[in-house]
Structures are given as structure tokens and as C-alpha cells.
Design a protein around this ligand. Structure first.
Ligand code: ZN
Length: 172
């Protein structure tokens, strides 16, 4: 920590079955006065989870449609857009369907096989208020869909096809 930086208390990551994870978050305006603090808290919460590739505002109790996705440090290399800070993301088009393994900071003890679209086109606002549109596929597309679900109160455990697709994370 350097001089002048303010120590920020690390936000608590809400875990299942906290009811706040089930709310539908509100659209956020780029000039919302609470946005800079929300973004700092999200960055901090994401940094606290080792290997975290994404986080959504409802996971720290914020009722705003904000997600951060960053697959550049994913354990398995994949195609990605670097760090994406997305306000009010909307999936405009999608195709394909693939099963893949997911975990979540808010469901720490479980991993599951979840079906997702293989390819998506998503539009969103940057924190600077610019409209952006990207096409994403594979693992990054999966992470975007997972984080966007949080904005609608949906967890990956809701999407597993069968309870046999849900396994307890091995400790250690
Ligand atoms: Zn999650």
C-alpha cells in the first residue's frame, strides 16, 4: 500500500442461501455517484478469491447491474478480451450449447457441470459510458453468462441438469 491510498475494508462475499443473491439487480447509470466505490469494492472482492475470473455486484450485496470478467489469468489458457467491466450487459445473440465445469465464490463448496451457449454477442456500457459490443466464445462466454445470471438472482446450481452434475469441491 502506498501513501495516500485509503484502506478499504474488504467487502464480504455473500454465499448461498443468502436471499440477497436472489434479487434482480437494477440498471446502473455511468454517472451514478456510487459507481467508483462499487467498482473498487468489486475489484477488491475479486482479488480476494484466488483464481477468480469474474464477479457480479449482487455477490457483495450491491443491487446494481455490474459485472467484471477477466479470463486472462485463467488456469487453462483461452481466448479472451482482457479485463471487462460491464454495466447493464445484454446478450443480443447466442448459439451452440456446451456443458462445462463451473464454480462460484458464492457457492464455495460445490462445482457443477452447467450447459451454456457456446457463442454470444453481448452489449454493455463501459464505466466511461461508452456502448460496447463484443463477441465471445468458449470459456470467456461461459464466465460472462455465469456473472450475468447473478444480476437476475440465478446461481449456477439452478442450471445443472441433474444433481449428479453437482459435486462437492475437494479440500486442500
Ligand atoms: Zn458466481
Amino acid at each position: 500500500m502506498t501513501a495516500g491510498q485509503q484502506a478499504l475494508e474488504a467487502p464480504v462475499i455473500l454465499t448461498y442461501p443468502d436471499a440477497r443473491l436472489r434479487r434482480v439487480a437494477r440498471a446502473v447509470a455511468p454517472d451514478d455517484a456510487s459507481l467508483p466505490l462499487a467498482l473498487r469494492q468489486l475489484e477488491q472482492a475479486m482479488g480476494a478469491g484466488p483464481g477468480a475470473v469474474g464477479i457480479a455486484a449482487p455477490q457483495i450485496g450491491l443491487d446494481q447491474r455490474i459485472i467484471i470478467v477477466d479470463c486472462s489469468a485463467a488456469r487453462r489458457p483461452c481466448r479472451h478480451h482482457g479485463r471487462l467491466v460491464m454495466l447493464n450487459p445484454v446478450i443480443e445473440d447466442r448459439h451452440g450449447r456446451v456443458l462445462g465445469r463451473e464454480g462460484c465464490l458464492s457457492v464455495p463448496d460445490w462445482v457443477g457441470m452447467v450447459p451454456r451457449s457456446q457463442w454470444i454477442r453481448v452489449s454493455f456500457l463501459s464505466p466511461e459510458g461508452e456502448t460496447r459490443r463484443i463477441e465471445s466464445s468458449g470459456f470467456e462466454a461461459r464466465v460472462i453468462q455465469h456473472e450475468m445470471d447473478h444480476l437476475d438472482g440465478i446461481l449456477f446450481i439452478d442450471r445443472v441438469v441433474s444433481v449428479r452434475d453437482l459435486v462437492r469441491r475437494t479440500k486442500g
